[in-house]
Write a protein that binds this ligand. Structure first.
Ligand SMILES: [Zn+2]
Ligand SMILES: [Zn+2]
Length: 131
């Protein structure tokens, strides 16, 4: 079991299963939403995920036609995203996990639109868009 929380601690969650592959997404939407070079997420089954405290703090931003991005409305931490195209899975933001993770990053996606000032320095596979 893995546990996580937002910056203010108001929202906590748990993942029953092991986490999935760790993915760095360099697309512009992820850069905008995180204010950084990329978003780091892991894909898990929605059935394995549960918010354990602070349900009322979880706010969803709808990206028209594609996905919902959930964040804590008090501190702004991104928590997870739900893509319409993959109704059984979700992407949890790795930076919010409190459990110590031993896995390393598995891939970089949307490298074709990465920030010009960002150099990828590890040897994980890179994909221009999705693999
Ligand atoms: Zn919070
Ligand atoms: Zn992205």
């Amino acid at each position: 079991m893995n546990q996580g929380s937002c910056l203010c601690g108001g929202v906590t969650y748990q993942i029953q299963d092991e986490i999935g592959p760790i993915i760095y997404c360099h697309c512009q939407r992820c850069r905008k939403s995180s204010g950084s070079a990329f978003v780091t997420s892991t894909e898990i089954l929605r059935s394995q995920f549960a918010v354990t405290a602070g349900h009322d703090l979880v706010q969803v931003y709808r990206v028209e036609g594609s996905l919902d991005r959930a964040f804590c409305q008090k501190c702004g931490s991104q928590l997870y995203s739900l893509r319409d195209a993959t109704p059984k899975t979700m992407r949890v933001r790795m930076g919010t996990l409190d459990t110590v993770i031993t896995k390393k990053v598995s891939s970089h996606i949307f490298v074709g639109s990465k920030a010009s000032w960002d150099d990828i320095l590890d040897s994980a596979p890179q994909y221009l868009e999705r693999p």
